[in-house]
Ligand binder design. Structure first.
Ligand code: 4AD
Length: 455
């Protein structure tokens, strides 16, 4: 059969063709075009073959017929090979379906890179339902799939959306260092390394640096990797994640909460209106709608009452008491039951970091907030910051942290202090919520977590 296929000669027509990427193809045009991309789907029959080619800007069905279908090149073609296809665009016959309701009727094509078949075929490497760890070893290949690549496209729109909203609000984007000598969120999750003979860490949060920039640049934000040596193996913890953080000067706690919910909703609006990302969100998370403003505001103490009223117990199986941490599972039960975004606020001082400002009415609790989303739980953590030097020094003392390496952070209070607050949003967690993914691992390009640092 192959010998017969090999006997078929196909010649490249000596005709002009305009090079097009899939997004720029005009379905109405009669022009002869050439499209280059990867073979995503392939169906070869006698006298007729179909492939779906993708180029990162879209998907295009290609039809090969006659000798072009029967020749050896097509009979031995494999998924994930690269091709350059020449031909004209036709609208689809009645009752047929293909991306964009059109197809490229090829008069010729070249194989640029033939992918392996047989044992090493692409489909053998990325079998659905295979052991997740084996699939993770093949991340470079699974990223070619429709789901993961869609999430990554939405991810880009999310970052664009936040940048657009922040630009509108006159925030300046900055790039703080990733190699640091201070902690922000507790010593237990620091990744430590040797830095020219000194101890240093990978950053857990750029917050402290953002605070120092308020007098220099005004309100600021960054989109930077943060690193946490998390021992917990959960579906929402990564060892490296993309941290979107912002710091704002001269505002009240209430204005701070309003800022957070507004920025999230406006960024989501941007994504939904994006011609590429909007439909992808709907495909990944059918029926998704942007959340309504304002978000439900709930204090920590109200949450404890809600949990106790619903007979959800603390980690020791007892009713919640003031000072108890609301762990991930309990937090999610509550968020899923309430089924709308929650601004959970005013956490006890004892549960929070050294820098958090106390509320004026109750010194046991802080002006702090977590944003909780159904399906994921916490996607944002933030607070108003202590703006008084002595009070900050007390905070260091309480947490047993030496203030010495923080002299530059303390100076922010000494040289023209101001009321201020900020927050950090986990980009992968927001994506897990927006794209309805079970784990944040599906929202990170090459996820890092306990035991995983490759590819
Ligand atoms: O609540 P966190 O620890 O707050 C801070 O780091 C503050 N210093 C931020 C600030 O105020 N500028 O982290 C903020 C958010 C969390 O709500 C979560 O979305 C995400 O960062 N996050 C993680 N995402 C993935 N994997 C992890 N291990 C994460 N740890 C935190």
């Amino acid at each position: 059969k192959l010998a017969a296929a090999e006997a078929i000669q196909i010649e490249k027509p000596d005709l002009a063709a305009a090079t097009k990427r899939i997004f720029e193809i005009d379905s109405e045009s009669d022009e002869r075009i050439v499209v280059k991309g990867w073979v995503q789907q392939l169906r070869v029959q006698k006298g007729l073959a179909f492939m779906v080619v993708r180029d990162g800007t879209g998907y295009l069905q290609v039809v090969l017929s006659g000798d072009l279908a029967n020749c050896a090149r097509t009979q031995t073609l494999t998924l994930e090979s690269t091709v350059a296809v020449y031909g004209k665009i036709h609208s689809l016959p009645e009752g047929k379906h293909a991306p964009g309701n059109r197809e490229l009727v090829a008069d010729y094509y070249d194989v640029i890179g033939l992918a392996p078949g047989g044992q090493d075929a692409f489909t053998n490497k990325v079998q659905e339902g295979a052991d997740p760890s084996l699939l993770m070893d093949q991340r470079h290949l699974t990223l070619r799939g429709e789901t993961l690549s869609s999430v990554m496209k939405v991810r880009q729109a999310v970052l664009d959306g936040f940048r657009a909203v922040f630009k509108d609000l006159h925030l300046t984007e900055v790039t703080p260092p990733c190699m640091v000598q201070t902690q922000v969120e507790g010593g237990s999750t620091l990744f430590k390394f040797e830095y020219y003979g000194e101890d240093a860490y990978l950053t857990q949060s750029s917050q402290l640096y953002l605070e120092t920039l308020l007098p220099s640049l005004g309100d600021v934000f960054c989109i930077q990797e943060s690193f946490r040596a998390e021992r917990s193996h959960t579906r929402r913890h990564l060892s490296e994640y993309t941290h979107l953080e912002s710091e704002l000067a001269f505002l009240s706690f209430d204005e701070f909460l309003t800022h957070i919910e507004t920025v999230i909703v406006r960024a989501v609006e941007y994504v939904l209106e994006d011609p590429i990302a909007g439909p992808l969100v709907q495909k990944l998370n059918p029926g998704f709608e942007k959340p309504k403003l304002p978000f439900l505001r709930m204090t920590y103490e109200e949450a404890l009452k809600w949990l106790n009223d619903h007979e959800i117990t603390n980690e020791e199986g007892k009713p919640f008491e003031f000072g108890d941490d609301i762990a991930e599972a309990e937090e999610r039960k509550m968020t899923d039951a309430i089924n709308q975004p929650i601004l959970l606020n005013k956490f006890p001082l004892t549960l929070k970091s050294f820098y958090m400002k106390k509320t004026p009415e109750d010194a046991r609790v802080t002006e702090s907030v977590d944003v909780l989303m159904p399906g994921v739980g916490e996607i944002v953590g933030g607070s108003m910051r202590i703006d008084d030097t002595d009070e900050l020094l007390e905070g260091f003392k309480r947490e047993g942290i030496s203030p010495e390496p923080y002299y530059w952070y303390i100076d922010q209070r000494r040289y023209g202090t101001c009321p201020h607050g900020g927050y950090g949003l986990g980009v992968e967690r927001l994506l897990a919520w927006l794209c309805n993914r079970y784990t944040v691992r599906d929202c990170s390009l090459y996820p890092r977590y306990t035991g995983r640092c490759k590819p």
